[in-house]
Each structure stands twice: as structure tokens, then as C-alpha cells.
Design a protein. Structure first.
Length: 268
């Protein structure tokens, strides 16, 4: 059983929902990432989503775009992100780590080489934003052969057939984007999310995580009431951006938003 599957099974047994924070690796500088990852786990994160910096993050709004720009100023590469995961694994062998990013850096490395390197570093899942499930067979095969879960994005417009394809080709969990748009927008409609999750669960047994639009403890609790996992990105990255000029404070202060969400979710 993968670390992701084991974590969701344990949470289900405890009657709890997963909290998955996203950070951009190398934001605002490379040495922040690993201490912050540990601090997020201590604050209540169940899985970690580590963004691979990319120059054209088309699914992301201005907050995460700026985070990518800060990381790329330090020339943070996919190889360095894998090194960060490897370093994190020296102190944490249990928390699942998912890489989230875009296809270009993986294509440059090569699908098999990436899958091998991800497995060796301790990566549990890979979410490639701009890879449609219809075109992902080669990468999916490479990832699955190296015990890395391919994770796909479902949208409000996803049909039953497409959800079934994502479930067939994917693993770990299905990531549902709560609205049509980019990260960081304030459009969360929990009733619409609930209705869509009913459709998704009719087509897959994978856990379903919900991201985009979760901005505070209250919205995290609302989503936790209907989803298996809550993914928070822009709200956390925005908190980090406020401390970008004092990076030594980030691991101590930014995870408070996760602690607040964890408490609100557990109270549901």
C-alpha cells in the first residue's frame, strides 16, 4: 500500500479529513522548504504538496505565480526539488509528498528518469497540471512502474466518462478544482462542490480532495464536511510572501494558518 493510500485509510478510520498544504519549492529561497515542510506536518498537515517552480504556471493566480518567480530567481530546478524531498525524508519517512507542476521540466528529464528519481527521493505522487488524462499514458506508466501515484485534476465541467478515465489512470486521490478559474480566486460555493462530489464518487473509489478557493479556517471546515481532503495553496503562500524579506520567520509563523484550519476541520 502506498503512503498516500495508507494515510487516507488511517484518517478514515479516525473519522478525520486530510489537510494538504501547498508550497512552491524554493520560495522565497531554497533553504526555507525543508524546515517549512516539517513545520507544516507539526501544525497538522497530513500530506504535503510541493510545487515545482515554472515560468508559466497557467493554472495559478498571481499569488503562486509570484512564488514561482521568487523561487526561479534562485534557479530552483526539478532536480533541486527532488533533493529537497530527499532531505525531508531523512527526518520524516511517513508523510506523503506530492509534486505538483507542469509537464515541461519532466519532459526535459525524461519520463522514466523522472519516475526513477522521484521514487528514489521519496516522492509519493505527481500532479502534472497541463497533462490531460487522454494523453498521459506514457508518463502514467512510468510513474506507476515506480510506485508513484499519478494524480489528476477534475473540474466542474468534467463528465462521467472523463472522471472514469482519471480514476483508471490515476492513483492516490482525485483533486477536484472547486471552480472554473485560477488559484487564489474567491469563488467557493460549497453546495456546488457537494453536488459535484456526489457525481465524482459515483465514478471512482479514490478519495477526493478539493482545492482552489479555500482561504481560511472557516472555508476549510466547510469543505472538510463534504470532501475527503482539503488542499490549501494561495492562502498559505500569501502568508509566506508577507514574510519573504524575513525568511527565517517563515517556518515558525506561516504554519499557523494550517494549525487553525486543522482545528476547524477536526471540530466539524
Amino acid at each position: 500500500m502506498s503512503r498516500i493510500a495508507a494515510r487516507f485509510e488511517a484518517l478514515r478510520a479516525d473519522g478525520r479529513k486530510a489537510l494538504i498544504p501547498y508550497i512552491t519549492a524554493g520560495d522565497p529561497q531554497p533553504d526555507v522548504a525543508v524546515p517549512l515542510m516539517h513545520a507544516l506536518v507539526e501544525a497538522g498537515a497530513d500530506l504535503l504538496e510541493l510545487g515545482v517552480p515554472f515560468s508559466d504556471p497557467m493554472a495559478d493566480g498571481p499569488v503562486i505565480q509570484a512564488a514561482c518567480e521568487r523561487a526561479l530567481k534562485h534557479h530552483v530546478s526539478l532536480h533541486q526539488v527532488l533533493d529537497m524531498v530527499r532531505e525531508f525524508r531523512r527526518g520524516d519517512s511517513e508523510t506523503p509528498v506530492i509534486l505538483m507542476g507542469y509537464l515541461n521540466p519532466i519532459e526535459v528529464m525524461g519520463y522514466t528518469a523522472f519516475a526513477e528519481a522521484a521514487q528514489a527521493a521519496g516522492v509519493d505522487g505527481a500532479l502534472t497540471v497541463d497533462l490531460p488524462p487522454e494523453e498521459g499514458c506514457e508518463l502514467v506508466a512510468a510513474l506507476k512502474s515506480h510506485q508513484v501515484d499519478p494524480i489528476f485534476l477534475a473540474a466542474p465541467t468534467s463528465s462521467d466518462e472523463r472522471i472514469q478515465l482519471m480514476a483508471k489512470n490515476g492513483g492516490g486521490f482525485l483533486y477536484y478544482v472547486s471552480f472554473k478559474g485560477v488559484t487564489g480566486a474567491n469563488r467557493l460555493d460549497v453546495s456546488a462542490v457537494r453536488d459535484k462530489l456526489e457525481q465524482i464518487r459515483g465514478n471512482t473509489d479514490l478519495p477526493v480532495g478539493v482545492g482552489f478557493g479555500i482561504r481560511d479556517a472557516a472555508s476549510a471546515a466547510q469543505v472538510a464536511a463534504v470532501a475527503d481532503a482539503v488542499v490549501v495553496g494561495s492562502a498559505l503562500v500569501n502568508r509566506m510572501a508577507a514574510l519573504a524579506d524575513e525568511p527565517a520567520r517563515i517556518a515558525a509563523e506561516a504554519p499557523q494558518i494550517i494549525a487553525d484550519m486543522r482545528a476547524a476541520m477536526d471540530a466539524v
